[in-house]
Design a protein around this ligand. Structure first.
Ligand code: GLU
Length: 411
């Protein structure tokens, strides 16, 4: 199934339950605008490569389009449609005044030198410049992009428009108009969400064993911050394998090991297992924090956790989602679990357009408020409506975007 079709299914079901009118449903069933660009990259050896790039703007009824940029060899228009829709629901659910978008380039960035990467970023910005900007569409990091790429792109955009435009991108380096706390924000937001769940269910943190699939920015920050609060991290994985220890791992030491060797595999005081097997680790909370579709129909029966907290975008396919729901496994959906990143992107943008700099505590306090409010709303709606957490999240988000669409009128 195409990724976009899968996520549109979650929307359609929510629209049915809400009794959304046909016109609004049609507007919210496809992207507002899709831009495809050639990305020309002069290589170090003098040759020229051309890669395919896209920016998909799904819906902007609640504010400027907002969403990350990913560089991946499997990137496709279908994938960006899917993720731009997810961004629309995500920004609505945490109630920040944005729409949703996503984009990126079909490329393996690991094959490029630093100079080639910079030229690629600048070329891409020249392609999408007419449709982005601080009040139109604000890109940010996603898979294989980070502060370095956002700095090049912000510089390029500012040159193109002839004025300093720090609010055109978020996730920038702290030294160049970035926000304190943005780096850890996705992981920290997920921990606030988890802790709210623990509070609601009366869990003792030390008894909650957690397995984390994916040890990139979101997964590693999540593990480090959850561990600091007293949760037990019993397994983590990356693309090369997984390490497990029932007594608990020290996530910072695992990250040091990964930085030294390129992988979590071989970490001392832990057993190394197959990366795919992280899904079946005995734990209370499983946290998919890698790429899309890591829990599918064929491996969903391996899940032993009673709660799955989605920190990646679209890690569970609809069929696997139904299997888990049937078994009574609570799934906290990506549009809530991964919303911490865009929440702090919003705070970065607010600082940029007001030319302010906030302390890290101020950023983190506001992030906590946004995540706790959204989590409480989802828990309350799930309980009142006897629906899953994903269904409750979609209902809230679709209702908000739908109402903005309706208020803005039809003409
Ligand atoms: N790429 C992140 C996400 O999927 C962050 C997007 C943003 O900060 O705009 O939520």
């Amino acid at each position: 199934m195409e990724l976009f079709e899968a996520v549109r299914g979650f929307f359609s079901e929510a629209a049915d339950r809400l009794g959304l009118d046909d016109a609004t449903r049609t507007v919210l069933s496809s992207p507002r605008r899709e831009v495809a660009v050639q990305v020309k990259v002069p290589r170090d050896d003098g040759s020229l490569d051309v890669f395919a790039g896209w920016r998909v703007q799904y819906n902007g009824a609640r504010g400027p389009f907002k969403g990350g940029l990913r560089f991946h060899p499997d990137a496709s228009l279908d994938e960006f449609r899917c993720f731009s829709a997810l961004m629309t629901w995500k920004t609505a659910l945490v109630d920040i005044p944005y729409g949703g978008s996503k984009g990126g380039i079909r490329v393996d960035p690991k094959q490029l030198s630093e100079g080639e990467l910079e030229r690629m970023c600048r070329s891409f910005v020249r392609g999408i410049a007419p449709v982005i900007g601080p009040e139109q569409d604000i890109p940010a990091p996603d898979v294989n992009t980070g502060p370095r790429e956002m700095a090049w792109m912000t510089d390029q955009y500012s040159r193109l428009v002839g004025r300093d435009s720090p609010g055109a991108f978020t996730g920038k380096p702290v030294e160049y108009n970035g926000s304190l706390g943005r780096d850890a924000a996705t992981g920290r937001g997920a921990v606030f969400c988890l802790d709210r769940l623990a509070h609601a269910h009366g869990w003792a943190r030390g008894e909650i064993r957690i397995a984390v699939e994916g040890y990139g920015n979101a997964g590693s920050w999540f593990a480090i911050l959850a561990h600091a609060l007293g949760y037990r991290i019993v397994g983590v994985s990356d693309s090369r394998g997984a390490v497990v220890n029932e007594q608990g791992l020290d996530p910072r030491a695992v990250l040091d090991h990964k930085r030294e060797t390129g992988s979590v595999v071989g970490f001392a005081n832990a057993e190394t297992i197959d990366g795919e097997d992280i899904v079946g680790v005995d734990c209370e909370v499983l946290v998919p924090a890698a790429l899309e579709e890591s829990i599918r129909e064929d491996n969903s029966d391996q899940v032993r956790a009673s709660t799955v907290l989605e920190v990646a975008n679209y890690p569970i396919t609809p069929k696997a989602d139904a299997v888990l729901a049937e078994r009574g496994v609570v799934v906290v959906p990506d549009i809530l679990g991964s919303a911490g990143g865009v929440a702090v992107s919003y705070l970065e943008w607010v600082q940029n357009i007001q030319r302010e700099r906030w302390t890290e505590d101020r950023v983190n306090d506001r992030l906590r408020e946004l995540m706790e409010t959204a989590t409480d709303e989802v828990l309350a709606r799930a309980e009142a409506g006897r629906v899953t957490h994903r269904e409750a999240s979609y209902e809230i988000a679709v209702e908000r975007v739908g109402q903005a669409e309706q208020r803005r009128g039809r003409h």
